[in-house]
Design a protein around this ligand. Structure first.
Ligand SMILES: Nc1ncnc2c1ncn2[C@@H]1O[C@H](COP(=O)(O)OP(=O)(O)OP(=O)(O)O)[C@@H](O)[C@H]1O
Length: 251
């Protein structure tokens, strides 16, 4: 007999028993993941393990089995309401090439019903990330890293309480990467939860509060801040721990 469990209403994200397959190939085989406000969580895992698919399932872009609650709101039953609370960074390739960067910020803010204050905050973040000199350029003329910065600015517009970010530190110059990490920390300290897919284990170890390993379609390991600190102090850090898990899984 299956006992139905209530979603954790206090959790920013409560995902249970997520299953997803492409044609006959299963990618997620029962993912359970809860994120609390204030947490910066790294989603790590081998290439093809399903990190992007999981983020897309959590944001409602891909249909999946299981339940997803955002601040207690059922994503599948009340998608509009739940998605209003999400900040999702789209792939830079999917940004509209013919719009100017500033127009893009204004259009997305308008679509989400945000006011001028939110747009000004987005423009201010653009400055912080070094995007200001590209504001009047067409998106299609911007470098990949510049478009990545824009994708992040758009995701953070309106201060959503749950951020789902796929490898957004990739390709950013050191100043921008530092500024973005500071911004995400600030958001988490203000109560947001952040799930960041990354292959950067050093970033995960030093900057994040928690790291979860997606392997064989499930969350195979979950290291909290104390455990991450212990790994750093006592051994060869998160990288060694992850390599050990991956080697064990490959045997
Ligand atoms: N649209 C799709 N159709 C069919 N298969 C897909 C599709 N998107 C992803 N896949 C497959 O699903 C699996 C998981 O892909 P996904 O991109 O989610 O992994 P990932 O962990 O984000 O990988 P990486 O670290 O390389 O970015 C891979 O085997 C991939 O080939």
């Amino acid at each position: 007999m299956t006992i139905a469990t209530q979603p954790d209403a206090a959790a920013r994200l409560d995902a249970r028993a997520l299953r997803l397959a492409y044609a006959a190939t299963p990618v997620l085989r029962g993912v359970d993941l809860q994120l609390q406000g204030g947490e910066l969580v790294g989603l790590i895992g081998p290439n093809g393990s399903g990190k992007s698919s999981l983020l897309r399932a959590l944001s409602g872009q891909l249909p999946c089995e299981g339940t997803v609650h955002v601040d207690g709101i059922d994503l599948h039953a009340r998608p509009v309401e739940a998605r209003r609370r999400l900040g999702v960074a789209v792939e830079p390739e999917r940004l509209p090439a013919s719009l100017r960067v500033r127009q893009c910020i204004e259009l997305v803010a308008h679509t989400r019903g945000l006011d001028r204050t939110a747009i000004e905050a987005g423009l201010s973040l653009s400055h912080t990330l070094g995007l200001q000199r590209w504001l009047e350029h067409e998106v299609g003329d911007c470098s990949l890293g510049t478009r990545q910065k824009l994708a992040v600015v758009l995701a953070l517009l309106g201060d959503p309480p749950l951020l789902l970010l796929d490898e957004v530190l990739n390709g950013l110059d050191p100043l921008a990467a530092y500024a973005l990490k500071s911004e995400l920390r600030r958001r988490a300290d203000a109560g947001a939860a952040v799930l960041l897919a990354t292959h950067g284990l050093e970033v995960a170890e030093r900057f994040l509060d928690r790291a979860v390993l997606l392997l064989d379609g499930v969350i195979a390991a979950d290291w909290n801040r104390t455990e991450l600190a212990r790994l750093r102090r006592e051994g060869d850090g998160l990288e060694a721990a992850v390599v050990e898990r991956l080697r064990a899984a490959a045997r």
